[in-house]
Write a protein that binds this ligand. Structure first.
Ligand SMILES: Cc1cc2nc3c(=O)[nH]c(=O)nc-3n(C[C@H](O)[C@H](O)[C@H](O)COP(=O)(O)OP(=O)(O)OC[C@H]3O[C@@H](n4cnc5c(N)ncnc54)[C@H](O)[C@@H]3O)c2cc1C
Length: 478
């Protein structure tokens, strides 16, 4: 299916009536739609790109997913699993048409086992809702993508989502103990354990986490939970020198492990300054947001250590500790609002989530500044400095072909620089379609061949989320 362009006449579904009838027989007539409204609603994601599916199907059980996959596999129908559609790399887009497999009816929290600190969920559960339920039980599920109020845990598992707390607590992968999943053949597999440890057989759980819906449809997830920290405090460190702000990151992490260590550059500060809990001092060019957690005594000790360590650090112009939880929440809400706020600068953006070794963040930031100057573009940086995972947003107007050309050239040079710095082109958003053409710049030929062989083993007919992750054409053997 070609990319949708808001045509006057809506293109009809290309799935034949007999196949539609068979799919309806699996899920019930009201759970399969070919209406223009539904096809449009499921045609886009966080990238702003649009690809029109032929139909949207809403399975209600693992058995239904299995029957859908078996049928699709028989006839070669592309199937694209979809959570909440907040992905930033086009993973849930039907780039070759076919069926969107919407997992929204898989919305049950099946179990929270307090004694063993385990949660079992269906993939369509919204991450923030699960966190609230777990917290009400005195437990903690740390992965906290900024999209947590609307993204699904299935999408988080498929992308291996991260968030600010990854610097201390790790990413989604570190919490997935086991999965139930449906293979493209329709076979149902169960991976992993529901114990604290387990090494029986290959670690298929880790293979499926981050596989971007290309190997199997995840239908049930067993998650590790932690005890809830009883105290938290949040600091804003404001700098009048951007370079000094990012230089502090790796030094600080050699002294302590904060729960978050986020970074905002001057363009981002300007964008969200009216959302911050207090006014910014004149000359502010960068901010670090540092959260400390634990029990009250350890948080008090960490706070003293932090203040004494950063005191006198060159470029630091102010340090402010949130006086109340509400003030801290205002600060975090401003942090979560960055991504939508960027569209006040330009109607479109190329949003990258590159990672470099932490001590090389200063070089990365210098690279983005040089690219912005060279191409006359607005390029802003913010994100999870504690992980070296910096969101680089190249702002543009896609209707301006010259600007679009410059932005794409800048992105290619950014990836080259990141790889030369020993980093990776994606830390949490995945490859999807937007980075597929760059994957083999980072990954060598033999490893690419192994990855393709794994895809072929799971999905010999290439029906599950085709057109994702791998470069178009066999660039790995060029
Ligand atoms: C404002 C904003 C902020 C964001 N902040 C962050 C952030 O801080 N950290 C971060 O990591 N990401 C972030 N993201 C990106 C996005 O929210 C995450 O990638 C999230 O994990 C996607 O979840 P989703 O439910 O929306 O998945 P979708 O977008 O629907 O799908 C994403 C991928 O998962 C696959 N998939 C979905 N469900 C299943 C399933 N059941 N089985 C198999 N495959 C499946 C899809 O095929 C697709 O490849 C942000 C996005 C936005 C818009």
């Amino acid at each position: 299916m070609a990319r949708h362009k808001h045509q006057d006449t809506f293109p009809p579904t290309s799935i034949d009536q007999e196949l539609l009838k068979n799919l309806r027989a699996i899920v019930g007539a009201k759970h399969l739609s070919t209406t223009p409204e539904d096809r449009l609603c499921y045609s886009y994601d966080g990238t702003g790109q649009e690809f029109l599916p032929d139909a949207v199907i809403f399975p209600g059980s693992t058995e239904e997913v299995s029957r859908i996959m078996a049928l699709a596999n028989q006839v070669g129908l592309p199937v694209v699993p979809r959570g909440a559609g907040s992905g930033m790399t086009g993973g849930s887009l039907a780039v070759q048409g076919g069926l969107i497999l919407a997992m929204s009816r898989f919305n049950k929290i099946i179990e929270i086992d307090r004694e063993n600190q385990i949660g079992v969920v269906e993939p369509g559960v919204i991450t923030g809702e699960f966190q609230d339920r777990v917290q009400a039980e005195g437990l903690f599920y740390p992965p906290d993508p900024a999209s947590r109020q609307f993204c699904s845990i299935g999408g988080n598992v498929a992308e291996c989502a991260g968030g600010p707390r990854a610097v201390k607590y790790g990413v989604t992968r570190d919490y997935v103990l086991g999965l139930e999943a449906v293979l493209p053949s329709g076979a149902v597999v169960k991976t992993g354990v529901r114990t604290a440890k387990g090494v029986a057989g290959y670690d298929l759980t880790r293979l499926l986490v981050g596989s971007e819906g290309t190997l199997a449809v995840i239908t049930r997830i067993t998650l590790k939970l932690l005890a809830l920290p009883t105290a938290t405090t949040t600091f804003q460190l404001i700098f009048d020198d951007l370079h000094q702000a990012v230089t502090l990151v790796s030094r600080l992490l050699n002294r302590m492990t904060p729960a978050t260590l986020e970074y905002l550059d001057h363009t981002v500060l300007n964008l969200v300054k009216s959302d911050l809990p207090g006014p910014l001092p004149a000359g502010a060019t960068a901010m670090l947001i540092i959260e400390l957690d634990g029990d009250p005594e350890s948080v008090a000790l960490q706070s003293r250590n932090l203040k004494s360590f950063v005191q006198g650090h060159e470029g630091l112009s102010a340090i402010h500790e949130a006086a109340t939880p509400a003030e801290a929440e205002t600060l975090w809400a401003a942090r979560r609002a960055i991504s939508p706020a960027t569209f006040r600068l330009k109607p479109h953006k190329i949003s990258e989530d590159v990672v470099v070794p932490r001590n090389r963040i200063p070089q990365l930031v210098a690279t983005t500044e040089a690219l912005a100057d060279r191409f006359g573009l607005t390029i802003l940086t913010f994100g999870h400095a504690g992980d070296g995972n910096i969101h680089v947003n190249i702002m543009l107007d896609r209707n301006d072909p010259v600007e679009q050309g410059k932005a794409h050239e800048a992105r290619g040079l950014l990836f080259e620089a990141v790889i030369a710095l020993g980093g990776t082109i994606t830390g949490e958003h995945g490859v999807g379609i937007t980075k597929a053409d760059f994957l083999d710049n980072e990954i060598d030929r033999s490893t690419m061949a192994l990855m393709r062989a794994i895809k072929h083993t799971f999905d010999p007919n290439n029906i599950l989320n085709p057109g994702k992750i791998f470069p178009v054409g066999d660039r790995s053997v060029r």
